[in-house]
Design a protein around this ligand. Structure first.
Ligand SMILES: NC(=O)c1ccc[n+]([C@@H]2O[C@H](COP(=O)([O-])OP(=O)(O)OC[C@H]3O[C@@H](n4cnc5c(N)ncnc54)[C@H](OP(=O)(O)O)[C@@H]3O)[C@@H](O)[C@H]2O)c1
Length: 267
């Protein structure tokens, strides 16, 4: 694939592991210089060194907790004079289990990271990119965005926000030369699902490799799509949720599946 050159640099949040890390690798292959952001500096430094050595691209590492007060303003000023054309708003976290058993702090932090942070980053970069009439923003939604998901209630709601927000911006910004994509992966082999007290083999879903998810996303961006769900089975589940079943029934079905697969301690 030869991806459009939106600018000299691509910025990826949450690049220290999983899907974000694979975005960094794929974009380096496409010849982009990189700005990589996450909290774990060592992981970012190791990745930067690997990409500089193997792909010959310049990599800037910026270690930050995106939910900290002023983190986004500091990124805005740090990147002011860097020609960033492609922005991947990937950093995210997940809460799970019975809502009343989870902590108020975790749920609030998740909304900050999954919703407020990408909204603020989009506000800063959409302005800059539209001024140049060139650029792209990829948002990380999820197949959970397509219906209510009991025991992931707040996480799924945060991803519904991102899906709706990104699809709306796709229309607004396409008139100003900026491509916007909502990427909605299903279960993907990363640290995120590994950290959950859940037996995924009890669910009718298949797992994808993060590198495959990224390839599907970059192809969709190239094709100027507004939204993409990687994987045939994931697409089918989302179609079923949107067109074939009443919302209440699909939520009840997910509740039932999750209850069976989740560790009873968190229910
Ligand atoms: N894996 C799945 O099944 C799946 C499915 C659908 C959607 N997604 C979405 O895909 C995105 C990437 O997740 P992943 O699966 O690749 O999980 P992951 O491996 O856990 O990656 C999450 C990334 O976010 C970063 N991050 C977390 N909290 C942060 C904070 N406060 N400040 C800055 N960075 C932070 C992490 O880095 P540090 O810990 O170093 O900060 C890490 O690089 C998320 O938005 C997730 O919701 C994942």
């Amino acid at each position: 694939m030869s991806l459009k050159k939106y600018g000299e640099y691509a910025l990826v949040t949450g690049a220290s592991s999983g899907i974000g890390r694979e975005f960094a690798i794929a974009l380096a292959k496409e010849g982009y210089k990189l700005v990589l952001i996450a909290r774990r500096k060592k992981e970012l430094d190791n990745l930067a060194q690997e990409l500089q050595e193997t792909k010959g691209v310049e990599v800037i590492v910026y270690s930050a907790d995106l939910t900290e007060l002023h983190a986004i303003e500091e990124i805005a000023s740090f990147t002011q004079n860097i020609d960033i054309g492609l922005v991947v708003l990937n950093a995210g976290m997940q809460t799970h289990g019975s809502f009343v058993k989870t902590s108020f702090e975790d749920q609030t932090k998740m909304l900050e990271l999954n919703v407020i942070v990408p909204m603020k980053m989009a506000h800063i970069f959409a302005k800059r990119l539209t001024e140049k009439d060139l650029g792209a923003i990829i948002f990380l939604a999820s197949t959970f965005a397509y219906q209510a998901v009991p025991y992931f209630s707040n996480y799924a709601a945060s991803k519904s926000y991102i899906l709706s927000f990104a699809e709306a911006l796709h229309v607004e910004l396409s008139l100003k030369g900026v491509d916007v994509l909502a990427l909605s992966p299903g279960l993907t082999k990363t640290e995120m699902p590994e950290s959950i007290a859940m037996d995924f083999s009890k669910m009718p879903i298949s797992v994808m490799e993060p590198s495959d998810v990224v390839q599907v996303a970059l192809k969709a961006l190239q094709d100027k799509k507004s939204s993409i769900i990687p994987g045939g089975r994931n697409k089918m589940m989302a179609f079923m949720a949107q067109h074939l079943m009443p919302r209440a029934s699909i939520a009840a079905m997910f509740g039932n599946m999750n209850m069976k697969a989740m560790n009873p301690k968190v229910l």
